[in-house]
Design a protein. Structure first.
Length: 290
């Protein structure tokens, strides 16, 4: 692995919450490969935005996580997906909510960011936009979907994917994509496509959240991490713990991954596990679920 002059950093998550008696070997192998690919791309000069989009798209199309192909239907039997991304250097952001019929919601979110003056498109309008942009449609739904989640009795059961990165230019980016909470009500939108709740990036840090989105929205969790760094001078991990503590105080559970402009990396959770992979400063990749 070549040494890079400027630090790069990368963390991904494959969703909060793991089952005690299930093997996650396939996810661990997959996340390790994605983190290694992101590390190599970033060390070769690739952008943080490209790195987070590539990792999230690969997770969406793998069927291994509750996002994209692995998403579960809502109570009406429909597959409504949410995604967002943010480019820290420009503070540009894009998002889609309750999007039906497209293979990669994160690609749709990027198209919203790059090809419209808007931040968030929802529902049938978002789908029309994706068609107009020539984004890849799902053929043969619901057969395309292979719900990755096992039944879960918690009131708001979860699964999401996300990635955060720092590139050699010192730019930060974050991306998050989800099938939403299991058995969600038709039309429900969680934190994932809400900039500041599920995703945030600026010149200080990049953040992606997973967990019970209603609580992350009420805590404005992703932006809170940056606010803690900015206004309270907290180190990244303390800021993430503070934001997660606020979520917990409201009664919610989940996890947060983050990187900052110095290359610090962080993956914290109060849920029973969080699928994740971290690229450490020396280039070593560490993946875990519990
Ligand atoms: N946060 C997502 C949502 O509430 C779910 C998850 O992270 O698993 O839609």
């Amino acid at each position: 692995m070549p040494a890079s002059s400027s630090p790069v950093a990368f963390v991904l998550h494959g969703g909060a919450g793991v089952l005690a008696d299930r093997s996650y070997d396939a996810e661990l192998t997959h996340m390790t490969q994605l983190a290694e690919a992101a590390r190599d791309a970033l060390q070769a000069g690739g952008s943080a935005l490209d790195a987070v989009c590539a990792a999230v798209k690969a997770m969406e199309t793998s069927g291994l996580y509750v996002a994209g192909k692995g998403a579960s239907p809502n109570q009406a039997g429909r597959y409504e997906l949410d995604a967002s991304l943010m480019d820290g250097a420009s503070r540009q952001a894009g998002a889609v909510a309750a999007l039906e019929g497209f293979v990669s919601p994160i690609e749709a979110a990027r198209a919203v960011m790059e090809r419209t003056p808007h931040v968030l498109l929802a529902g049938s309008g978002a789908a029309r936009f994706c068609t107009d942009q020539g984004l890849e449609p799902v053929i043969d739904a619901p057969g395309y979907y292979t719900p990755a989640a096992a039944p879960d009795s918690r009131a708001i059961a979860t699964g999401t994917v996300g990635a955060v990165a720092l590139d050699q230019q010192g730019h930060l980016a974050a991306a998050t994509s989800t099938g939403g909470t299991l058995k969600k009500v038709w039309g429900r939108v969680g934190d994932t496509p809400i900039i500041g709740s599920g995703t945030w990036a600026d010149e200080r840090c990049a953040v992606s959240c997973t967990g019970q989105g209603e609580y992350f929205m009420r805590a404005n969790a992703a932006a809170d991490v940056s606010a803690r760094v900015r206004y309270a001078g907290e180190a990244l991990e303390a800021a993430v713990d503070g934001a997660l503590g606020d979520v917990a105080q409201l009664g919610g559970e989940g996890g947060i991954i983050a990187v900052d402009a110095t290359g610090a990396v962080c993956a914290r959770f109060n849920s029973p596990g969080m699928k994740r992979a971290i690229v450490h400063a020396d280039g070593r990749v560490e993946a875990g679920v519990r």
